[in-house]
Design a protein around this ligand. Structure first.
Ligand SMILES: [Zn+2]
Length: 342
């Protein structure tokens, strides 16, 4: 480089220092570049939900059609899942393979002669976990398309939709054994989950789902709602608010048809009532009307399941509502809500 240019640069630097050194003696503040705005602390959980970027997760939504297709396959090829029968064990092996194909770390949890199927999606935090569950056993002589093939397939479809994301928190996808003989699988996990070195932040149950919003009751023609039991003695207001928000604001369930009653005690969520906050998805028709005539009877076949929703396309839409509401609850919990919990 030319010497004249170098000396010119040096002179310019000297000039630039003079006014600066003059400022120091006068104790005037040195102006700093503006700070980035601090992340606002959410005032309420509702504010936080309002800020959540749901569209960031809308590209890989779980689909009712996938639940429908796999449940169709299961009920024709792996129905009759009464505990301790060869057809039950063949179904268990099929479900293990399916979970492995989703990239989950699959472990069987033995208790007595039964086995829970657990799929772990580990986060950086391997300690706190959200657990999603559905029972895979049936009573005797039952295909179990609705009770509870639909719930199992919903859990697996949500796992598929989440497979491309890495969350800081751990998510466990559980298929419980021996629900029909006294909630035994979920009760065993509730008492023994520490053997996997996890604590439970929350539990979401799926049992007899899909015949719900936007399907109509085939007996009365009335609109069906989306029913999510939310408490059973262990209230978590934020978790309930999250469920309502996901159903109404994100997946479009009509507000007047989003129903959030106290959870009953008839399925696996009851096993967790003293462990963590719980949510339980079930069809509104579970305890009313036409459906009760085939619940827990040999009539629980795939054609009956489909007919009870008003047809194949209606059932797929009803399943959309379930899995997409469940999915958004999980992403908020695993992403933003985990931050909120700190
Ligand atoms: Zn059931």
């Amino acid at each position: 480089m030319n010497r004249k240019i170098l000396s010119a640069i040096g002179y310019a630097l000297l000039l630039s220092i003079i006014p600066l050194s003059g400022c120091i003696g006068n104790e005037q503040p040195i102006s700093l570049p503006p700070r980035p705005p601090a992340k606002a602390e959410p005032e309420t959980f509702g504010d936080l939900l309002g800020d959540f970027n749901f569209t960031a997760y809308s590209g890989t939504l779980p689909l009712g059609e996938n639940v429908y297709d796999y449940d169709h396959y299961l009920s024709y090829n792996h129905g009759f899942r009464l505990v301790l029968t060869p057809t039950h064990d063949m179904a268990r092996d099929e479900l293990v393979s399916k979970m492995e194909s989703l990239g989950l770390e699959v472990r069987l949890q033995d208790f007595g002669s039964h086995q829970n199927i657990l799929g772990f999606k580990w986060g950086e935090d391997r300690e706190r976990a959200l657990v999603l569950g559905a029972h895979y056993d049936t009573i005797n002589t039952v295909h179990g398309a609705n009770d509870n093939g639909g719930g199992c397939c919903a859990v697996l479809e949500i796992a598929r939709a989440l497979s491309g994301y890495n969350f800081s928190k751990t998510i466990v996808f559980a298929l419980w054994d021996a629900e029909e003989i006294g909630l035994k699988g979920s009760a065993h996990f509730a008492s023994n989950h520490k053997e996997f070195n996890i604590s439970m932040s929350a539990y979401i149950n799926f049992d007899c789902i899909g015949v719900n919003y936007p399907c109509k009751d085939v007996a009365t023609g009335e609109n069906l709602g989306l029913t999510v039991g939310t408490a059973l003695g262990n209230v978590c207001a934020d978790f309930n608010e999250l469920a309502r928000f996901a159903a109404v604001n994100v997946t479009g369930v009509a507000a007047e048809l989003a129903k959030f009653p106290e959870a009953g005690s008839g399925s696996d969520h009851a096993s967790f009532k003293s462990v963590c906050p719980i949510l339980s998805f079930e069809s509104e028709t579970e305890n009313t009307g036409w459906y009760t005539s085939f619940c827990n009877s040999p009539l629980d076949t795939f054609p009956t399941y489909e007919a009870s929703a008003g047809g194949a396309e209606e059932l797929k839409k009803g399943l959309d509502t379930i899995v997409q509401t469940g999915y958004y609850i999980v992403v908020v919990w695993a992403d933003y809500y985990a931050y909120y919990e700190e």
